[in-house]
Design a protein around this ligand. Structure first.
Ligand SMILES: O=C(O)c1ccccc1N[C@@H]1O[C@H](COP(=O)(O)O)[C@@H](O)[C@H]1O
Length: 218
């Protein structure tokens, strides 16, 4: 029997958005500490969202080329369950987060060619997130609401669990989940832009529509 589909709602900045995510059945909520993002949260905002998620959903801290010391200090201040690395961090950085901070790493892999997905299993981290490549010249490493060609994952044979992200919406997530079912290591989906009313402000109805459509396709 298939495992329950994991759903991560990323870029939560307001307690009410975190509550909407949990009420809709998301098991992971993302806090963005990547500096260039319009969804960046202060430590104070992060703690408020964490308080809503605590014990109901995993708290995932998203970093993109932040210093190791900042990742560690953020965990100290907020209390994270998982670290998402979404920048150019190397294997050693991910291994250090797991060994010294003691949190599992979700490793983002930007995919624009099949070989990038095929090579991903060799990278360190507990799980992978396949996402679209950021547009040329963008300083922001993700969260652009852009999908990539899911066929590029056809050659991925890794056993490590992976999430699919990049441009998912209530309208296309069912198709994405159906398409990913053939991968034994497909674990779930991750969304930010597709459930927003405006950048950094989630919409409870879109979140509910997203989780329903995703689950219906499992
Ligand atoms: O959400 C952001 O602002 C962000 C900033 C920097 C790196 C990653 C970011 N988000 C991640 O990107 C994927 C895809 O986002 P979208 O759904 O296409 O908007 C998202 O799942 C987040 O994990």
């Amino acid at each position: 029997m298939a495992q329950p589909l994991l759903i991560k709602i990323c870029g939560l900045r307001r307690p009410e958005d975190a509550n909407a995510a949990v009420e809709a059945g998301a098991q992971l909520g993302g806090l963005v500490f990547a500096r260039q993002s319009p969804r960046h949260v202060s430590l104070r905002e992060a703690r408020q969202v964490r308080d809503v998620l605590f014990g109901r959903a995993e708290v995932v801290g998203l970093f993109a080329d932040n210093a190791f010391e900042e990742v560690a200090a953020t965990h100290q201040a907020v209390g994270l369950d998982r670290v998402q690395l979404h920048g150019q961090e190397d294997d050693a950085f991910a291994e250090r987060v797991e060994a010294e901070i003691g949190l599992p790493v979700l490793r983002a892999v930007a995919v624009s060619e099949a070989k990038e997905a095929e090579a991903a299993d060799g990278r360190s981290g507990s799980a992978l997130l396949f996402d679209a490549k950021p547009p040329d010249g963008s300083a922001q490493q993700g969260g652009h609401g852009q999908a990539f060609d899911w066929g590029l994952l056809d050659g991925y044979r890794g056993e490590r669990k992976f999430l699919l992200g990049g441009g998912l919406t209530p309208g296309n997530v069912g198709k994405a989940v159906s398409r990913m079912q053939k991968h034994p290591s497909f674990a779930g989906v991750d969304v930010s832009s597709g459930v927003e009313r405006e950048k950094g402000v989630k919409d409870a109805e879109l979140i509910a529509a997203f989780t329903q459509a995703a689950r219906a396709a499992r």
